[in-house]
Design a protein around this ligand. Sequence first.
Ligand SMILES: [Zn+2]
Length: 413
Amino acid sequence: MKYIICLACFFSVSAVAETEAELIAWARAIHERVLTVDTHVDIPANYGSDAYDPMKPGPRGQQVHIPTQIEGGLDATFLIVFVGQGPLTTAGYAKALADAMAKFAAIHRVTTLQYPDKLSLALSSGDARRIAAEGKKVVLIGIENGYPMGEHVELLDVFYDYGARYFGHTHIGHNQLGDSSIAEKRLNDPPSRHGGLSALGKKAVERANRLGMMNDVSHAGKQTTLDIIAASRPPAIASHSGAKGVFDHPRNMSDEEMTALAAKGGVMQVVAFDTYLRAVPKEKTAATQALWAEFGIKDFPDMAKLTPDQLKTYRARADEIELKWPKAGVRDLADHIDYAVKLIGIDHVGIASDFNGGGGITGWNSASETFNVTLELVKRGYGEEQIAKIWGANLLRVLDEVEDYAKRTKRRK
Ligand SMILES: [Zn+2]
């Protein structure tokens, strides 16, 4: 089959690829040359233990390992220090902080003790580029949910020192920093707690700026998002979000949010999350909810609490549901990318998987399948320079700007 794709816009692709095999070879060459950065990969509490050895692909629920990254050509991952939202009390904050520090420790154990020859922690965009050039996998750290800092904004300095380079203020449920895109019924959340970013949240944005840590608006409510973008002096990011203009989901960004983010130079990392990409059949949602209730799962991290036998049964049942109603595919992901590129420009769009945190779609359900995303972008006419931007150059440019801002403000003191 000959690929004829809008000759005026995409002359290079149609000129190079006469056959599907040629198109794949062309896409593969691009995929190997560009630096691929996935800005959101969750890690369970057992990351770096025998139960989740990054060198040994284990249970199917684990979607990222060094061998699967090599197979799929995924160069860099932001591993996520995530703690679910709990009560805004001293005890709640203390537990959240302990959980967060355990995740930092797990990442450091893997990068410095277990596999320092295979991956390295990057503390700057320069580190990321250098480590990738050395042929090792790049690990960066992002924080999802500012809950663990409690009311101590100076704890951001500790997170930064442990390697965190982006700070997502909220998760599901309003917290001390701002309103979430989704109120948490379990915590008796009102529709809004602060009306956007709180005074403490504003201090956190400024502290992150001074440190050189990117502010992340994913999961934040609309007003919180706009407030973070406005308060942040250098650009902010959305580490894993979709576009409301393609599918109206509370976790997706409106045109107004996307435009505000890009106007200040930020980047939106489009996420491969099934339920954000397109409408899920109602019957599938009902079947999944019934399965979660049966196994006592309220959120994805709860899956780590299942025994191996329970997990096996759960997986078999989940497979039946998936077979009946397959997840969104790479084309759905690319529809959101296309939409974002048209609305806010090629310099402001990137990619995230949300692997191990509910992400993964048909065709990109593990790091080993990462090439399929590049192939779809090539089929849609994106050239190498554009793909390089989407796959990581845009995100690293923002990290550069955030680092530069921190250096400049330090010099002024
Ligand atoms: Zn998330």
